[in-house]
Design a protein around this ligand. Structure first.
Ligand code: G4P
Length: 533
């Protein structure tokens, strides 16, 4: 078991849309020998299969909505790549996926540098201490100066950067990289459409044959740049990489397969195996003998062939065996994990055995919620996934009384999946539900899915709020004083509400109004993120 866990690498790719995440995913699979799977990623993106209604939405919008998990082998290691939706409106989903990985690959478009979404996702990784490997992509096209890109990483993201390899040439002249640690030159050849591994010749700088493969002015320039870099950049330090303080940088072109193998080597060598997780006062180590996992994602009706609900659980410790009895520790129920799957894109395969670091998809458990722990030890609760503060709020109404039942059922299920969050407003003794989303497109997904999967048409009514803050303290243990809440002089337009676990929060008309209110002296303590889910 120890060996199995040590050879696992569980990671996600983060990027701004169009930087090349899908292409790189496909190429990692190509080099991982999972060609069939590589095809399935392309199919998902390019043919925009209309096999499911959900994918129909992806097709209409031209975005990737769903996340999947891809597992493949490379150099006697097992790589679990957790795919994340690229569109900014799905960042909430992406954030949750990032809680289930041990490292991340940040893809940057060499002509654009660091873009808004990259920066946001980078912050999430940094906050959770996830080590980051950087892949600067699209060097085969006119690109920005690589030295400038290195500077930008340090200045904009505030992380030290070590160029693990250096590009030789750019645009049409991009023909290889120099691996700085080994001192070896890698010369790549283009293949038609990048469908095959790029043939590569490797040799030292002194090797006349390999050196002759490059145009002399191009290689001289690269060496000159490296001399500048040697004096100025952070030194290689694997400990700092693991601490998330230093990012090793790889240059390449996903579409041409240039530099992809070196990135995979780096994942195996520098990215960490499954890490320990906190469970309150306890620390759950991956090779603890008892099995434990937490649910980080729920997806229903992914595919009409499987109209069911799939809970994705990341294994934190021990060994998983199909059919094993475990505790669903939130409810205390004993459950048998019989219907467990490995999910490749849209394909499923029954999984009989898995280890810490792996993700299993469990079908047919409507009681599982995001953040739940499944463990052999009934008293274990892995620390919860943080909820993200929504910035968009709306009321959703079901059209027509006849559809009310379907509307309620559908909405309940989508809320369990975490597609949007829900809050209850307290108004003149009445409780009115309001939905919250990090990005407004989440509302479209709810409406589309309610209609196509549950047959309920809906109407969305915008609300005046765009910011919120939670009131610290627990209403259940009495640490929130109800009288203090009633006495709060809220700003105009603000409203008191409760989230799905009963915590009090305030909705504001804008971030400025919230921040102003938070700075004022008040009888309650406010926080812009909930302390626990
Ligand atoms: P994303 O998942 O991050 O959104 O990006 P995706 O891989 O879909 O790539 C976005 C576009 O960038 C695609 O072009 C893709 O072919 C192109 N691309 C990705 N990597 C490279 C690279 O290394 N070099 C170059 N030159 N282009 C790259 P598209 O025109 O949107 O689609 P397609 O018709 O080319 O597939």
């Amino acid at each position: 078991m120890h060996r199995e866990i040590r050879r696992r690498r569980t990671f996600a790719i983060i990027s701004h849309p169009d930087a090349g995440k899908t292409t790189l995913t496909e190429k990692l699979l190509l080099y991982g020998g999972a060609l069939g799977l590589a095809g399935s990623v392309t199919a998902r993106k390019n043919q925009r299969s209309t096999a499911s209604d959900w994918m129909e939405l992806e097709r209409q919008r031209g975005i990737s909505v769903s996340s999947t998990v891809l597992q493949f082998d490379f150099r006697d290691h097992v790589l679990n790549l957790l795919d994340t939706p690229g569109h900014k409106d799905f960042s909430e989903d992406t954030y949750r996926v990032l809680t289930a990985v041990d490292s991340a690959v940040m893809v940057i478009d060499a002509s654009k540098g660091i873009e808004a979404q990259t920066r946001k996702l980078f912050e999430v990784c940094r906050q959770s201490g996830v080590p980051i490997l950087t892949f600067i992509n699209k060097l085969d096209r006119p690109a920005r100066d690589p030295l400038e890109l290195m500077d930008e990483l340090e200045e904009v993201l505030g992380i030290s950067a070590f160029a693990a390899n250096w590009p030789i040439g750019s645009g049409a002249a991009f023909s290889g990289v120099l691996d700085r640690r080994s001192g070896l030159l890698h010369h790549f050849e283009r293949t038609p459409g990048g469908a095959f591994r790029a043939p590569v010749a490797v040799g030292s700088l002194e090797d006349p044959q390999v050196r002759a493969a490059f145009a002399p002015d191009v290689i001289d320039r690269a060496i000159g740049e490296l001399e500048l870099l040697d004096g100025a950049s952070a030194p290689f330090d694997p400990e700092r990489i693991l601490a998330g303080e230093l990012t090793p940088v790889y240059f390449g072109s996903a579409v041409r397969n240039f530099g992809v193998e070196l990135l995979l080597d780096a994942l195996v060598e520098l990215a960490p195996p499954p890490k320990a997780r906190r469970a309150g006062e306890r620390v759950v180590k991956p090779d603890d003998p008892g099995f434990s996992a937490f649910v980080f994602k729920i997806q229903a009706n992914m595919d009409p062939r499987h109209r069911d609900r799939l809970a994705f659980a990341r294994i934190c410790s021990g060994r998983f065996e199909r059919g094993m009895p475990v505790f669903h520790t939130r409810t205390g129920d004993r459950v048998r994990l019989t219907s467990s799957h490995r999910v490749f894109g849209r394909e499923r395969e029954t999984v009989d055995e898995a280890f810490a670091g792996d993700v299993v998809g469990i079908v047919g458990r409507s009681d599982f919620q995001i953040g739940d722990t499944l463990a052999e030890d009934a008293s274990l609760t892995i620390d919860r996934i943080p909820a993200f503060a929504p910035e968009h709020f709306a009321f959703l109404h079901g059209d027509g009384a006849a559809e009310q039942k379907r509307f309620s059922k559908g909405l309940t299920q989508l809320l369990q999946e975490g597609v949007v969050q829900s809050f209850l407003l307290e108004r003149s003794g009445q409780r009115i539900p309001v939905l919250g989303a990090v990005g407004p497109l989440q509302f479209d997904v709810v409406r589309h899915r309610l209609e196509s999967e549950y047959g309920a048409t809906t109407r969305l009514e915008q609300s005046p709020w765009s910011a919120m803050a939670w009131i610290e303290g627990d209403p259940l243990d009495g640490s929130v004083d109800r009288q203090a809440l009633d006495d709060l002089a809220l700003p105009t337009g603000a409203a008191l509400c409760r989230d799905r676990v009963g915590r009090y929060a305030i909705l504001f008309e804008g971030a400025w109004s919230r921040d102003f209110f938070m700075q004022r002296k008040s009888s309650v303590t406010l926080s812009s993120t909930p302390t626990r889910v």
